[in-house]
Design a protein around this ligand. Structure first.
Ligand code: ATP
Length: 337
Protein backbone atom coordinates (compact mmCIF):
# COMPACT_ATOMS: atom_id res chain seq x y z
CA UNK A 1 0.00 0.00 0.00
CA UNK A 2 1.36 3.34 -0.92
CA UNK A 3 0.10 6.09 1.26
CA UNK A 4 2.57 8.25 -0.62
CA UNK A 5 0.79 7.52 -3.90
CA UNK A 6 -2.44 8.61 -2.27
CA UNK A 7 -0.80 11.75 -0.96
CA UNK A 8 0.74 12.43 -4.35
CA UNK A 9 -2.70 12.13 -5.94
CA UNK A 10 -4.10 14.63 -3.50
CA UNK A 11 -1.21 17.01 -3.94
CA UNK A 12 -1.85 16.87 -7.68
CA UNK A 13 -4.54 19.54 -7.51
CA UNK A 14 -2.04 22.03 -6.11
CA UNK A 15 0.83 21.17 -8.41
CA UNK A 16 -0.70 19.17 -11.23
CA UNK A 17 1.16 16.35 -12.89
CA UNK A 18 2.22 17.69 -16.31
CA UNK A 19 -0.22 15.44 -18.13
CA UNK A 20 -3.35 16.04 -16.04
CA UNK A 21 -5.84 18.12 -18.02
CA UNK A 22 -8.75 18.05 -15.61
CA UNK A 23 -8.02 17.43 -11.95
CA UNK A 24 -11.02 16.52 -9.81
CA UNK A 25 -10.17 16.77 -6.14
CA UNK A 26 -12.35 15.61 -3.26
CA UNK A 27 -15.55 16.58 -5.01
CA UNK A 28 -18.84 16.37 -3.11
CA UNK A 29 -22.22 17.53 -4.42
CA UNK A 30 -25.45 17.79 -2.45
CA UNK A 31 -28.72 18.73 -4.07
CA UNK A 32 -31.69 19.97 -2.05
CA UNK A 33 -34.97 18.68 -3.48
CA UNK A 34 -38.17 20.74 -3.53
CA UNK A 35 -39.43 18.56 -0.64
CA UNK A 36 -36.43 19.57 1.46
CA UNK A 37 -34.52 16.28 1.21
CA UNK A 38 -30.79 16.45 0.59
CA UNK A 39 -29.45 14.14 -2.14
CA UNK A 40 -25.82 13.19 -1.53
CA UNK A 41 -25.15 12.88 -5.24
CA UNK A 42 -21.32 12.84 -5.04
CA UNK A 43 -19.14 12.11 -2.05
CA UNK A 44 -15.41 12.85 -1.95
CA UNK A 45 -14.58 11.92 -5.55
CA UNK A 46 -11.02 12.44 -6.86
CA UNK A 47 -9.42 11.56 -10.21
CA UNK A 48 -7.53 13.10 -13.10
CA UNK A 49 -8.25 13.18 -16.84
CA UNK A 50 -5.21 12.79 -19.03
CA UNK A 51 -4.76 13.77 -22.71
CA UNK A 52 -5.37 11.14 -25.34
CA UNK A 53 -7.11 8.80 -22.91
CA UNK A 54 -10.65 7.58 -22.53
CA UNK A 55 -11.87 7.36 -18.96
CA UNK A 56 -15.12 5.46 -18.54
CA UNK A 57 -17.25 6.26 -15.52
CA UNK A 58 -19.41 3.20 -14.91
CA UNK A 59 -22.07 2.45 -12.34
CA UNK A 60 -25.76 1.74 -11.94
CA UNK A 61 -28.43 4.35 -12.50
CA UNK A 62 -28.28 7.07 -9.87
CA UNK A 63 -24.62 6.52 -8.96
CA UNK A 64 -23.76 10.14 -9.75
CA UNK A 65 -22.21 9.89 -13.20
CA UNK A 66 -24.28 12.62 -14.86
CA UNK A 67 -24.02 14.90 -11.82
CA UNK A 68 -20.24 14.58 -12.11
CA UNK A 69 -20.37 15.60 -15.79
CA UNK A 70 -22.68 18.52 -14.98
CA UNK A 71 -20.34 19.67 -12.22
CA UNK A 72 -17.32 19.66 -14.54
CA UNK A 73 -19.27 21.71 -17.09
CA UNK A 74 -20.75 24.14 -14.55
CA UNK A 75 -24.28 22.95 -15.36
CA UNK A 76 -25.54 21.97 -11.91
CA UNK A 77 -28.91 23.32 -10.78
CA UNK A 78 -28.89 26.33 -8.46
CA UNK A 79 -30.01 24.16 -5.52
CA UNK A 80 -26.76 22.17 -5.64
CA UNK A 81 -24.04 22.69 -3.06
CA UNK A 82 -20.52 21.79 -4.18
CA UNK A 83 -17.33 21.14 -2.21
CA UNK A 84 -13.86 20.26 -3.46
CA UNK A 85 -12.00 21.48 -6.50
CA UNK A 86 -11.91 20.92 -10.24
CA UNK A 87 -8.97 22.45 -12.11
CA UNK A 88 -8.69 22.61 -15.88
CA UNK A 89 -5.09 22.94 -17.07
CA UNK A 90 -5.08 23.75 -20.77
CA UNK A 91 -3.20 26.01 -23.14
CA UNK A 92 -0.89 27.31 -20.41
CA UNK A 93 -3.88 28.43 -18.38
CA UNK A 94 -5.36 26.93 -15.22
CA UNK A 95 -9.06 27.52 -14.57
CA UNK A 96 -10.73 26.70 -11.28
CA UNK A 97 -13.99 25.37 -12.71
CA UNK A 98 -15.95 25.54 -9.46
CA UNK A 99 -15.05 29.15 -8.81
CA UNK A 100 -15.05 30.54 -12.35
CA UNK A 101 -17.93 32.90 -13.17
CA UNK A 102 -20.71 31.77 -15.48
CA UNK A 103 -19.44 34.32 -18.04
CA UNK A 104 -15.95 32.79 -17.98
CA UNK A 105 -17.28 29.23 -18.21
CA UNK A 106 -19.45 30.16 -21.19
CA UNK A 107 -16.68 32.13 -22.92
CA UNK A 108 -13.68 29.93 -22.22
CA UNK A 109 -14.73 26.46 -21.16
CA UNK A 110 -18.02 25.05 -22.42
CA UNK A 111 -17.73 24.09 -26.07
CA UNK A 112 -14.25 25.54 -26.48
CA UNK A 113 -12.26 23.46 -24.02
CA UNK A 114 -14.82 20.91 -22.86
CA UNK A 115 -17.49 19.66 -25.25
CA UNK A 116 -20.56 17.76 -24.11
CA UNK A 117 -22.38 15.03 -25.99
CA UNK A 118 -25.54 15.02 -23.88
CA UNK A 119 -27.55 12.02 -22.78
CA UNK A 120 -30.48 11.28 -25.18
CA UNK A 121 -28.74 13.35 -27.84
CA UNK A 122 -31.75 13.58 -30.16
CA UNK A 123 -33.82 15.44 -27.55
CA UNK A 124 -31.13 18.13 -27.36
CA UNK A 125 -31.27 18.95 -31.07
CA UNK A 126 -33.55 21.77 -32.18
CA UNK A 127 -36.49 19.99 -33.84
CA UNK A 128 -37.26 22.66 -36.45
CA UNK A 129 -33.73 23.07 -37.83
CA UNK A 130 -31.55 20.90 -40.04
CA UNK A 131 -28.27 19.43 -38.87
CA UNK A 132 -26.44 21.87 -41.15
CA UNK A 133 -28.16 24.90 -39.67
CA UNK A 134 -27.43 23.78 -36.09
CA UNK A 135 -23.80 23.02 -36.88
CA UNK A 136 -23.32 26.34 -38.68
CA UNK A 137 -24.72 28.17 -35.69
CA UNK A 138 -22.41 26.31 -33.30
CA UNK A 139 -19.34 26.99 -35.45
CA UNK A 140 -20.29 30.66 -35.77
CA UNK A 141 -20.90 31.01 -32.03
CA UNK A 142 -17.61 29.37 -31.11
CA UNK A 143 -15.56 31.19 -33.75
CA UNK A 144 -16.92 34.73 -33.92
CA UNK A 145 -14.80 35.88 -36.82
CA UNK A 146 -16.18 33.16 -39.04
CA UNK A 147 -12.82 32.12 -40.41
CA UNK A 148 -9.94 30.60 -38.50
CA UNK A 149 -7.76 27.55 -38.27
CA UNK A 150 -9.79 24.52 -37.39
CA UNK A 151 -9.46 21.00 -36.21
CA UNK A 152 -6.79 18.35 -36.14
CA UNK A 153 -7.27 17.25 -39.73
CA UNK A 154 -6.87 20.70 -41.20
CA UNK A 155 -4.24 22.41 -39.10
CA UNK A 156 -2.68 25.21 -41.08
CA UNK A 157 -5.72 25.79 -43.27
CA UNK A 158 -8.34 28.45 -42.96
CA UNK A 159 -11.83 27.11 -43.53
CA UNK A 160 -15.11 28.84 -44.19
CA UNK A 161 -18.02 27.96 -41.95
CA UNK A 162 -19.47 25.74 -44.69
CA UNK A 163 -16.19 23.90 -45.08
CA UNK A 164 -15.82 23.54 -41.34
CA UNK A 165 -19.33 22.08 -41.04
CA UNK A 166 -18.53 19.60 -43.78
CA UNK A 167 -15.30 18.71 -42.03
CA UNK A 168 -17.10 18.16 -38.72
CA UNK A 169 -19.68 15.95 -40.43
CA UNK A 170 -16.94 13.84 -41.99
CA UNK A 171 -15.18 13.65 -38.66
CA UNK A 172 -18.13 11.91 -37.01
CA UNK A 173 -19.00 9.76 -40.03
CA UNK A 174 -21.99 11.72 -41.32
CA UNK A 175 -22.66 11.81 -45.04
CA UNK A 176 -22.90 15.38 -46.48
CA UNK A 177 -26.50 14.55 -47.47
CA UNK A 178 -27.33 13.89 -43.80
CA UNK A 179 -26.75 17.57 -43.08
CA UNK A 180 -30.05 18.42 -44.77
CA UNK A 181 -32.04 16.29 -42.32
CA UNK A 182 -34.23 17.52 -39.49
CA UNK A 183 -33.96 15.67 -36.16
CA UNK A 184 -37.22 13.74 -36.70
CA UNK A 185 -35.76 12.36 -39.94
CA UNK A 186 -32.62 11.05 -38.22
CA UNK A 187 -32.02 7.60 -36.72
CA UNK A 188 -30.83 7.49 -33.10
CA UNK A 189 -27.26 6.84 -34.24
CA UNK A 190 -27.36 9.74 -36.70
CA UNK A 191 -28.73 12.17 -34.10
CA UNK A 192 -25.99 11.06 -31.77
CA UNK A 193 -23.39 11.81 -34.45
CA UNK A 194 -24.83 15.27 -35.05
CA UNK A 195 -24.67 15.90 -31.29
CA UNK A 196 -21.05 14.73 -31.31
CA UNK A 197 -20.25 17.06 -34.21
CA UNK A 198 -21.86 19.91 -32.24
CA UNK A 199 -19.70 19.02 -29.24
CA UNK A 200 -16.61 19.17 -31.47
CA UNK A 201 -17.51 22.48 -33.14
CA UNK A 202 -15.23 24.49 -30.83
CA UNK A 203 -12.38 21.96 -31.14
CA UNK A 204 -12.35 21.14 -27.40
CA UNK A 205 -9.55 19.07 -25.92
CA UNK A 206 -11.96 17.32 -23.55
CA UNK A 207 -15.14 15.58 -24.70
CA UNK A 208 -17.69 14.40 -22.16
CA UNK A 209 -20.03 11.79 -23.64
CA UNK A 210 -23.03 10.97 -21.45
CA UNK A 211 -24.43 7.49 -22.21
CA UNK A 212 -23.66 7.75 -25.96
CA UNK A 213 -24.38 4.06 -26.56
CA UNK A 214 -27.72 3.91 -24.71
CA UNK A 215 -30.52 2.61 -26.89
CA UNK A 216 -28.26 1.90 -29.89
CA UNK A 217 -28.06 -1.49 -31.58
CA UNK A 218 -24.85 -3.45 -31.47
CA UNK A 219 -23.49 -2.16 -34.78
CA UNK A 220 -24.06 1.46 -33.77
CA UNK A 221 -22.46 0.81 -30.38
CA UNK A 222 -19.36 -0.36 -32.24
CA UNK A 223 -19.39 2.74 -34.48
CA UNK A 224 -19.77 5.00 -31.44
CA UNK A 225 -16.96 3.24 -29.62
CA UNK A 226 -14.73 3.61 -32.71
CA UNK A 227 -15.56 7.32 -32.89
CA UNK A 228 -14.66 7.89 -29.23
CA UNK A 229 -11.39 6.02 -29.73
CA UNK A 230 -10.63 8.16 -32.79
CA UNK A 231 -11.16 11.31 -30.71
CA UNK A 232 -8.68 10.02 -28.14
CA UNK A 233 -6.13 9.13 -30.79
CA UNK A 234 -6.28 12.78 -31.95
CA UNK A 235 -5.05 13.69 -28.48
CA UNK A 236 -8.42 14.61 -27.01
CA UNK A 237 -9.49 13.40 -23.61
CA UNK A 238 -12.76 11.54 -23.48
CA UNK A 239 -14.87 11.14 -20.35
CA UNK A 240 -17.35 8.40 -21.19
CA UNK A 241 -20.31 8.07 -18.88
CA UNK A 242 -22.00 4.71 -19.16
CA UNK A 243 -23.80 2.03 -17.22
CA UNK A 244 -22.53 -0.41 -19.86
CA UNK A 245 -19.32 -2.00 -18.62
CA UNK A 246 -19.17 -3.92 -21.92
CA UNK A 247 -18.91 -0.64 -23.89
CA UNK A 248 -16.37 0.65 -21.38
CA UNK A 249 -14.32 -2.50 -21.88
CA UNK A 250 -14.15 -1.87 -25.63
CA UNK A 251 -13.15 1.77 -25.53
CA UNK A 252 -11.67 2.85 -22.21
CA UNK A 253 -8.05 3.22 -21.21
CA UNK A 254 -9.12 3.75 -17.60
CA UNK A 255 -12.28 2.87 -15.73
CA UNK A 256 -13.76 4.49 -12.64
CA UNK A 257 -16.50 2.52 -10.90
CA UNK A 258 -19.14 4.68 -9.18
CA UNK A 259 -21.64 3.59 -6.56
CA UNK A 260 -24.05 5.76 -4.58
CA UNK A 261 -22.04 8.88 -5.37
CA UNK A 262 -18.68 7.37 -4.42
CA UNK A 263 -15.83 6.09 -6.51
CA UNK A 264 -15.21 2.51 -5.43
CA UNK A 265 -12.48 1.52 -7.85
CA UNK A 266 -10.26 3.21 -10.44
CA UNK A 267 -7.58 1.84 -12.72
CA UNK A 268 -6.31 0.98 -16.18
CA UNK A 269 -9.18 -0.84 -17.92
CA UNK A 270 -7.36 -4.06 -18.72
CA UNK A 271 -6.15 -4.47 -15.13
CA UNK A 272 -9.41 -3.47 -13.51
CA UNK A 273 -11.41 -5.87 -15.68
CA UNK A 274 -9.09 -8.86 -15.49
CA UNK A 275 -8.32 -8.46 -11.80
CA UNK A 276 -11.08 -6.45 -10.10
CA UNK A 277 -10.36 -5.52 -6.54
CA UNK A 278 -13.79 -4.40 -5.41
CA UNK A 279 -16.71 -6.78 -4.92
CA UNK A 280 -19.02 -4.30 -6.63
CA UNK A 281 -16.86 -4.29 -9.80
CA UNK A 282 -16.86 -8.09 -9.75
CA UNK A 283 -20.66 -7.99 -9.40
CA UNK A 284 -20.96 -5.68 -12.42
CA UNK A 285 -18.78 -8.03 -14.47
CA UNK A 286 -20.89 -11.05 -13.49
CA UNK A 287 -23.96 -9.12 -14.65
CA UNK A 288 -22.55 -8.91 -18.23
CA UNK A 289 -23.45 -11.62 -20.79
CA UNK A 290 -19.85 -12.86 -20.68
CA UNK A 291 -20.05 -13.06 -16.90
CA UNK A 292 -23.21 -15.17 -16.91
CA UNK A 293 -25.83 -12.39 -16.55
CA UNK A 294 -25.94 -12.76 -12.76
CA UNK A 295 -27.60 -9.64 -11.35
CA UNK A 296 -26.29 -8.06 -8.16
CA UNK A 297 -28.95 -8.80 -5.54
CA UNK A 298 -30.60 -5.79 -3.92
CA UNK A 299 -30.77 -2.12 -4.84
CA UNK A 300 -28.46 0.85 -4.27
CA UNK A 301 -29.37 2.84 -1.15
CA UNK A 302 -31.35 6.06 -1.26
CA UNK A 303 -29.01 9.03 -1.64
CA UNK A 304 -31.21 11.02 0.72
CA UNK A 305 -30.74 8.43 3.46
CA UNK A 306 -27.30 6.85 3.06
CA UNK A 307 -26.48 4.13 5.58
CA UNK A 308 -23.50 4.78 7.84
CA UNK A 309 -20.23 3.30 6.59
CA UNK A 310 -19.91 1.67 3.21
CA UNK A 311 -22.96 2.28 1.00
CA UNK A 312 -22.44 -1.10 -0.70
CA UNK A 313 -22.28 -3.00 2.58
CA UNK A 314 -25.79 -4.47 2.42
CA UNK A 315 -25.19 -5.94 -1.03
CA UNK A 316 -21.58 -6.93 -0.50
CA UNK A 317 -20.83 -10.65 -0.53
CA UNK A 318 -17.28 -10.11 0.74
CA UNK A 319 -15.61 -9.13 3.93
CA UNK A 320 -15.85 -5.36 3.98
CA UNK A 321 -13.21 -3.45 5.89
CA UNK A 322 -15.58 -0.50 6.11
CA UNK A 323 -12.80 1.84 4.99
CA UNK A 324 -14.53 4.32 2.69
CA UNK A 325 -11.45 6.23 1.57
CA UNK A 326 -10.25 5.53 -1.92
CA UNK A 327 -6.70 4.33 -1.43
CA UNK A 328 -4.22 4.65 -4.29
CA UNK A 329 -1.79 1.89 -5.24
CA UNK A 330 0.19 3.47 -8.06
CA UNK A 331 -2.25 3.88 -10.98
CA UNK A 332 -5.02 1.91 -9.29
CA UNK A 333 -7.29 2.82 -6.43
CA UNK A 334 -9.88 1.00 -4.40
CA UNK A 335 -12.20 1.76 -1.50
CA UNK A 336 -13.14 -0.73 1.14
CA UNK A 337 -10.71 -3.43 0.05
N1 ATP B 1 -31.62 18.30 -10.20
C1 ATP B 1 -31.64 17.31 -9.31
N2 ATP B 1 -32.38 17.42 -8.17
C2 ATP B 1 -32.40 16.45 -7.25
N3 ATP B 1 -31.70 15.30 -7.37
C3 ATP B 1 -30.97 15.13 -8.46
C4 ATP B 1 -30.88 16.11 -9.49
N4 ATP B 1 -30.07 15.65 -10.46
C5 ATP B 1 -29.65 14.43 -10.07
N5 ATP B 1 -30.18 14.11 -8.87
C6 ATP B 1 -29.97 12.89 -8.11
O1 ATP B 1 -28.59 12.68 -7.99
C7 ATP B 1 -28.33 11.28 -8.02
C8 ATP B 1 -27.31 10.98 -9.09
O2 ATP B 1 -27.94 11.19 -10.36
P1 ATP B 1 -27.18 11.00 -11.73
O3 ATP B 1 -28.11 11.45 -12.80
O4 ATP B 1 -25.84 11.63 -11.67
O5 ATP B 1 -27.00 9.43 -11.82
P2 ATP B 1 -26.40 8.58 -13.01
O6 ATP B 1 -25.37 7.69 -12.45
O7 ATP B 1 -25.99 9.47 -14.13
O8 ATP B 1 -27.69 7.76 -13.43
P3 ATP B 1 -28.27 7.44 -14.89
O9 ATP B 1 -27.40 6.35 -15.43
O10 ATP B 1 -29.66 6.97 -14.59
O11 ATP B 1 -28.23 8.71 -15.68
C9 ATP B 1 -29.67 10.58 -8.24
O12 ATP B 1 -30.17 10.16 -7.00
C10 ATP B 1 -30.51 11.67 -8.83
O13 ATP B 1 -31.88 11.44 -8.50
Amino acid sequence: MTTSAHDQRHRASDTPAPDVLVDVHRLSVRIRTPLGHVVHALNDVSFGLRPGRVLALVGESGSGKSVLAATILGLLPANAQVRGRIMLHDGGESIDLLRASETRLAAKVRGRRIGLVPQSASTHLTPVRTARSQLEEAVRALTPRGHRRFGASSRGQSLTITERVRELAGHVGLDPADLALYPHEMSGGMAQRVATALALAGDPRVVVADEPTAGLDRELVHLTVDLLRALASEGRTVLLITHDLGAAERVADDIAVMYAGRMLEFGPATQLLSDSWHDYTRGLLRALPAGGLVPIPGQPPSLTDLPPGCAFHRRCPGECSGDLALTWFGERAVACR
